[in-house]
Write a protein that binds this ligand. Sequence first.
Ligand code: ADP
Ligand code: MG
Length: 784
Amino acid sequence: MQGFLKKLIGDKQDKKLSSFYKRVKQINELEPIIEKLTDEELRAKTVYFKEQLENGKTVFDIQNEAFAVVREAAKRVVGMRHFDVQLIGGMVLTEGSIAEMPTGEGKTLVASLPSYLRALEGKGVHVITVNDYLASRDRELIGGIHEFLGLTVGLNVPMMEPHEKQAAYQADITYGVGNEFGFDHLRDHMVYDPNQRVQRPYHYAIIDEVDSVLVDEAKTPLIIAGKTGVSNELSYLCARVIKSLVQDEDFIHDIETNTVNYTEEGIAKIEEGFGIDNLYDLEHQTLYHYVIQALRARMMFTRDVDYIVKEGKVLLVDSFTGRTMEGRSLSNGLHQAIEAKEGLEVTEENKTQASITIQNYFRLYPTLSGMTGTAKTEEKEFQQIYGMDVIQIPTNRPIARKDMPDRVYDTIDHKYTAVAKKAKELHDKGQPILIGTTSIRQSEKVAEYLENAGLKAEVLNAKTVEQEVQLISLAGQKGRITVATNMAGRGTDIMLGDGVAELGGLYVIGTERHESRRIDNQLKGRSGRQGDPGCTEFFISVEDDLIRRYAAQEREKIVKKLKTDSDGRVLNDHIYEFFNRTQRICEGANFSIREYNIKLDDVLNLQRGTIYDLRTRILESRDLYELVKSSLESYVKSEIDLVCNEEEITEKWNLPLLVQHLLEVIPHADLAVITDMSEKDRIAETVNGQLAEYLVQLDQYQDNPQFIGSMQRYLLSVLDHHWLNHLDNMERLKEGIGLRSYGQEDPMRQYSREGLELFTDMFYTLERDVSRQTAAIIQALTGQ
Ligand code: ADP
Ligand code: MG
């Protein structure tokens, strides 16, 4: 960034902070008055604030006093008084920005302020945490403060009954994990009874560990899948056929976008393998889908990194926590492709019934805010996608942690040997060590080296959340060595054991640069909370995955010029620059992938919005009759446009077919005359005349409960049916565009153009079905 620009942004942040400090002063001045209130008087403030808002005041008008009230309540209920910087964090959240506050600064308590304030508006506040454990922990702690002040607090967890969920959502403040809120959104648009819906309209959300939720987890969309009943032999065949294919010759794996594609040669080999002429033929669409999934399974999913095999099953691994994701599976045959690749029994396939990206779910909230220790590096993304600023909040106490420069080694073996040596040195003094890794496989490797050095470590692999929290919280005890993937136990406080501060606090060792500086910082932040002493040091090597994947060519040149000491430690100065540059490239590539996925989802997002609005209208039985009528009119018009194609000669119009189709939706109409006509206008005029007569007849049923009732049930099921098919079609379209990017058109534009065509087609079919069903119901009702 240019120096002056940096300064400008710095100034903006300073200006903001100084206005926040003014408010802090005002809040502190209120303390002596608020302190004197009885519990009842304090609680009465909630009613008073609500009245103020009803009388036209804004949340910013009452913010100072409301914060003073929450602070006082916190003192009485949990025995903690918000630090001044925590009040500032609360202000940042109120206005819908991201508060960057390092680990241990007390973000849980910070959230108590804006969640109270924005809940006073009566429209519900959602507090999002990264796991259920933290949701209930925070709900207990902070919920107590809010309940003391007369608000209701709910907890939204998976598997609750609809009435329990409804209660949770009716509460003023609702805690829970982001995914579950997103799934509820999807499920609310799948119900057949409006009383089964659980959510209210969105108002305001606070996302804790916001970078984890909106950036890291946002790679995988939320998918609700149903069983299809097909378990397919094809998965095995495909896995076998593609096993013999050669990378860069038969297929290409684009690391930047993490996509795979076959080359012409590859396609030819597959065609040969299956004894077919043309894989792109419509009749081989299914096979094409399976061979693509087989290749994805082979190239994009690595055993013991992305998934593990346990008792004959493929269990997906959350790459950030290293935890297996119970009950989660990939949809559209990908899971089966991985099973086939591993030679396991292939399970039943899942078919997507509803999906949304995390990004598009959270964009539904009018105001979104977040907090985390690490957001600044991704500020551009937060601004671009969510319009959220990142404000860095000063720490309560100065940071005493020391971050050492990286140690670079020539080989991975030398790197781990050095890690073990360092660990031994520290352990001999009794200083606790936390070693961060990027995958389960790496964790195991580190543990091996430690063992060879005679050290015993606690390895946090594939543990439950509770075990993880337990083990991580002990990582600061004397003599402990803990090995964990980077995000394990995120949100858990690591307190130092007795005498550990004197030894220098927690020593964090990184064993690889992560895919972004942000995650490196996350690991570093594990040490030095609330002014504690601590130290961090990264041990890396030029053989690391990051370098191999993102700077393979440059690496070869650099390796030739490496100067090392006897332990394999690299002495060349410019090596740091090389790592930094490579990490930036990786950050950029990942951002592009997310940006691309959002663009793809944006096409679907518009359509989803349209369909969901329509579905809600049907579900709530709002103007159903109008909907039926306009579907009929629109269908009749499309049918005429379709047959009376003005780009063809009149003789080619298939008018008998038009009559046949129209009679299905306007029964008993007198349309025989149009088969002799040759002008579209006259045809339309005749048809519309007959349609108008029919509509007069139909009007008599507009309040008929039998007609409306059966129409509603039909509309819901036919809408869902076509929408599901459409989702499938869009999925296939997405698969196809990667391949066609060799052509002229920009794949993104092509996707949105063809996506719109598919959507229009779907609507046509929908209107046709509704029109036919209307005729059928009317006939049944009149007994004709
Ligand atoms: P973060 O989420 O920012 O990492 P936590 O919310 O987990 O931090 O809080 C870290 C620790 O600090 C907790 O033990 C919490 O009880 C304590 N804490 C937070 N705020 C205060 C405060 N104002 N006074 C005393 N202790 C606090
Ligand atoms: Mg926290």
